[in-house]
Every structure is written in C-alpha cells, then in structure tokens.
Design a protein around this ligand. Structure first.
Ligand code: NAD
Ligand code: TDX
Length: 336
C-alpha cells in the first residue's frame, strides 16, 4: 500500500489533497505541518486516524524530516511537498520566513529524499515565470524562462532550481508541478476570493487592488489535487508539468461575479492601494499534462465552482470568523 508524506498538509491546497487521496485511493498519509497562521487542522479532523497521521513540525528540522522520510520505502511511496509561505502581500512585508521555509525547507526535504532514495513531488506555482502582457498570445509553458517578481515567487523559483539541480546532480527521483491560482474551501481569508466573500458576508465591502485589470488563471483545488495524483502515478521523473484549467479572469470580472452571486450591485466595491510590483497576468498552457498524462479538469464552470465556494464560506463562519479581524486590520494598516 502506498504511503505519502504530505508537507503543508494542513494548509489550503495540501489539506484538499490529503482528503482527495483518502477518498479516492487506499494510500495512507503522514502530514508534516508547522501549523503556522495559515494552517487549518480542522480541515483534517474528520479524516480516519488509521489513514492520516498528523505530525506538527517544521520542514527545516532536518532530524524530524529525516525520520519521517525514512518511514517511506515502497516503490509507490513519495513525499508530496506543499509546505510554503504562500502569500505575496506577506512576502512584501517580511521576506524572511519565505526564504527560510520555501528555500531552506525545500533543501532540507531534498537532502532527506536523497539519503533515503525516496520519490519527491514538488509543488510550485506559475508565478515563477513572472507575468504576461494582457494581449500576449503565448501562455506559460514548461520552457518559459524563470522571471519571478516578488520575494514569494523568487523563493519558489529558488526552490524549483534546487529540485532540478538535485535531480541532475544527485539523481533524485523528483517531479515538479507549477499550478495557477487555486480557489475552493479552506483558503485563508487573506487571499483574494475568500477575502471578498467574507467581507460581504460580514456586511463589509469588496477591496480591489488598483484598476482590477490584472488577470489570474483560476483552477479549483480539487482539479489541482487530481493533477498531482496523476503526476505521481504517471509522471516522468525529472519532468515539470504545468497545471491549469483555462480559467483566465480579470480581478474585476471575479469581483463582479462575487457581488452578483451575493446580491450586490456591480460597482459595490472599493479600489484600494495597489500591490507593489503587482504581476499583470498569469496564464497556463497545460497541454503537456493533458496530452502526455491524460489529465483533464472536472470543474468546467468557474461560476458554478465560485457559487459552491461562496456557499461553503457562508456555512463555515466558525472557522474563518476568528481569523478575519486581524487579517483586515493588517490590510487596513497598509491602506488595502
Ligand atoms: P497555505 O498558506 O494555505 O498553506 C501552507 C501550509 O504550509 C500551512 O498549513 C502551513 O502551516 C505550512 N507551513 C508553512 N511553513 C512551514 C514550515 N516551515 N514547515 C512545515 N509546514 C509549514 O498555502 P496553499 O495556498 O495551500 O499553497 C500550498 C502550496 O501550493 C505552496 O507550495 C504554494 O506555493 C503552492 N501553490 C499555491 C497556489 C495558490 O493559488 N494558493 C497556486 C500554485 C501553487
Ligand atoms: O484584497 C485583495 N484585492 C485584490 O485585488 C487581494 C488579497 C488580492 N487582490 C488581487 C491581487 C492579485 O492580482 O487579486 C489577485 C489574487 O491575489 P492573491 O489571492 O493574493 O493571489 P496571487 O498573488 O495571484 O497568488 C496566488 O496564486 C499563486 C497564491 O496566493 C500563491 O500562493 C500562488 O502561488
């Protein structure tokens, strides 16, 4: 039976992946998560204890990582590495934990999988490729040069380079995936979509950075999880796969959809201070993943996925309510 060590498995996308694996395979999972402000142990609470073991610890703790990676041995066992500091705005306030977790943490994981000869799948982001013009006919592909803009994306780019070097120099059995913007349940209220939904649910207003012309390529977290499972099963060692669901929307379009779905007027939003260095557009060409590995996203309608996400936040105030005031206070202090 397959065993997976999932770092960051109590975060937004990691917890979705753990649930996905438990519901669709017979694998057992060890979650390694530092339980930072971004973690939601609640997201794992109802999963069966005999399938999911949760270990609280830091991915930069070499002894702990070594011990956990050493528990994996079967041909299908793997480390799936989600743990990261993940929010661009936070990286502009204090880059230090981004360098520590995203770069030093990935180095620590790499050294452990090298020692134990264990397969690694490294989770990365499309932001390593920088940004595109609004009218650029090309989207990001696996051969787009790296050109990260923010401390967050630079730290993820650094981690990706380490993984590739460990594959080439040490023969580590690793794959990499770079995914576009995720949405769905359990995403922290600091992020764009949950922030706007919960602002409106609390009787507040939507906060749009700048003009809202920036474009993001949205994918439901379930589709990200199915893509990662596909790469674990069929991916070629040493290869990078881009994960995207052809979901490009401007921030203004997303805001208008959220306003409409919650019964507000289309212009019921505040334009706030823009993000410094704000990337204009991300767009993923996921042809390789689709053609070589036969993957396809299941969420065909962003509008429908968004409506389900809004319902989920309306039903989970107990979870996000306590995080909301401090998050909004931090934004307000920056004029956002
Ligand atoms: P998140 O911030 O919701 O979760 C990150 C998790 O990692 C948290 O549970 C946190 O406690 C844990 N963590 C942080 N530092 C740690 C450390 N030093 N040791 C152990 N655990 C630690 O992030 P997310 O949005 O779920 O993103 C997960 C991964 O997916 C990240 O690698 C991110 O770069 C990548 N990614 C995210 C998106 C997106 O849209 N959110 C898109 C593409 C790729
Ligand atoms: O209040 C807001 N208003 C607003 O207009 C916030 C929080 C964001 N925005 C804009 C900034 C971006 O153009 O919305 C867009 C999305 O912002 P984020 O949710 O912060 O995501 P982004 O910066 O695009 O990065 C996300 O996708 C790639 C994840 O946070 C990263 O972890 C992932 O790598």
């Amino acid at each position: 039976m397959r065993r997976l060590l999932v770092t960051g498995g109590a975060g937004f996308i990691g917890s979705n992946f753990v649930r996905f694996v438990v519901e669709r395979t017979d694998a057992s999972v060890i979650v390694l998560d530092a339980m930072t402000y971004a973690a939601s142990p609640e997201a794992l609470a109802d999963l069966p204890g005999d399938r999911v073991e949760v270990v609280q610890g830091d991915i930069t703790d070499a002894a702990l990582v070594d011990e956990l990676v050493g528990r994996l041995s079967g041909p299908h066992d793997a480390v799936v590495h989600y743990a990261a500091e993940s929010h661009n705005d936070n990286s502009l306030q204090d880059p230090s934990p981004f360098v520590q977790t995203n770069i030093v943490g990935t180095f620590t994981i790499l050294e452990a999988v090298r020692r134990h000869g264990v397969r690694l799948h490294h989770i990365s982001t499309d932001e390593v490729y920088g940004d595109l013009e609004l009218d650029d006919p090309e989207r990001f592909t696996e051969s787009t040069p790296y050109r990260p803009s923010s401390p967050y994306s630079a730290s993820k780019a650094g981690a990706d380079h380490l993984v590739r070097a460990w594959v080439r120099s040490f023969g580590v059995a690793a794959t990499v995936s770079n995914c576009s913007n995720n949405y769905g349940p359990w995403q922290h209220v600091e992020k764009f979509i949950p922030r706007q939904i919960t602002n409106l649910l609390e009787g507040g207003r939507v906060k749009l950075y700048g003009s809202g012309e920036n474009v993001r390529d949205w994918i439901h977290a379930d589709d990200h999880s199915s893509a990662v499972l596909t790469i674990l099963d069929k991916g070629e060692i040493g290869r990078t796969y881009l994960i995207g669901a052809d979901g490009e929307k401007s921030n203004l379009q997303v805001v208008r959809l959220i306003l409409e779905q919650l019964g507000h007027e289309p212009d019921d939003f505040d334009q706030v201070m823009d993000r410094p260095g704000h990337d204009l557009r991300y767009a993923i060409d996921s042809t390789r993943l689709r053609q070589e590995l036969g993957w396809a996203p299941q969420f065909s309608s962003f509008e429908e996925g968004l409506a389900r996400t809004i319902d989920w936040y309306a039903e989970h105030r107990d979870w996000w309510g306590p995080k909301k005031a401090a998050t909004e206070a931090a934004y307000a202090a920056k004029g956002q």
